[in-house]
Ligand binder design. Structure first.
Ligand code: MHO
Length: 215
């Protein structure tokens, strides 16, 4: 009898954990995301330092449906935040942006990218050091690659930055959605010290610099 009770409890807890992971709840782990946008929509990915802020920035732009925090550009499978932080997996903190291509173009998203972080600091963004904080424009098609190159060249000439832009341009091979607690981090933790001291000032600077439409 005792055995049956324990067994039933075990089955229940396995089921509850599985459901929570499916809902993408707080405890959902890292997930390999299919690089397939819903019909009529498009996706793009950008690495530009701490993804808590990048997610907040892209989600403020008209035409962007949502942004997901995760890891891309590395060489290991299913990296965790802890592993990525060792700076040995090659992954950079990245946001996967779901957008409506009838409202905003990939080219316009590259402008969001270049006005929302400092693309001149190699393996560094603000106070954060390491290759997981490097700057990368990801592309999915040869057309997007050409647009990324053109945009980089234009921003290099624009005078917005004194130093040379060091952003990489890479094909997006895989995107791993980060742990649940990293999603919408700023909304859930507006008073956290890093959010107040680093993320919000970066977001405010973006709002003053970016010329496109914000929600
Ligand atoms: N140095 C910050 C970075 C946060 S971010 C998600 C921290 O460790 O809180 O990389």
């Amino acid at each position: 009898m005792k055995f049956i009770k324990i067994f039933t409890l075990l089955i229940f807890s396995v089921l509850i954990t599985a459901c929570d992971a499916q809902r993408g709840g707080q405890d959902a782990g890292v997930m390999n995301v299919k690089l397939q946008p819903p019909s009529g929509k498009a996706i793009a990915a950008f690495a530009e330092g701490c993804f808590w802020c990048s997610e907040h920035i892209f989600e403020a732009v008209v035409g962007v449906d949502s942004a997901v925090s995760g890891y891309a550009g590395g060489h290991t499978k299913n990296p965790t935040y802890e592993r990525v932080n060792t700076e040995t997996t090659g992954h950079a903190e990245t946001v996967l942006v779901y957008y409506n291509p009838k409202v905003i173009s990939y080219e316009e998203l590259t402008k969001v990218f270049f006005t929302s972080h400092d693309p001149t600091t190699k393996d560094r963004q603000g106070p954060d050091h390491g290759n997981s904080y490097r700057s990368i424009l990801f592309y999915l098609t040869p057309e997007e690659k050409a647009i990324a190159e053109k945009s980089l060249a234009e921003f290099s000439k624009s005078g917005l930055y004194k130093n040379p832009i060091v952003s990489e341009i890479q094909k997006l091979d895989a995107f791993y959605r980060a742990e649940g607690y990293h999603q919408d981090f700023i909304e859930h933790n507006p008073n956290q010290s890093y959010v107040r001291g680093v993320s919000i000032p970066r977001y405010e600077l973006f709002k003053r610099t970016y010329k496109g439409k914000l929600k």
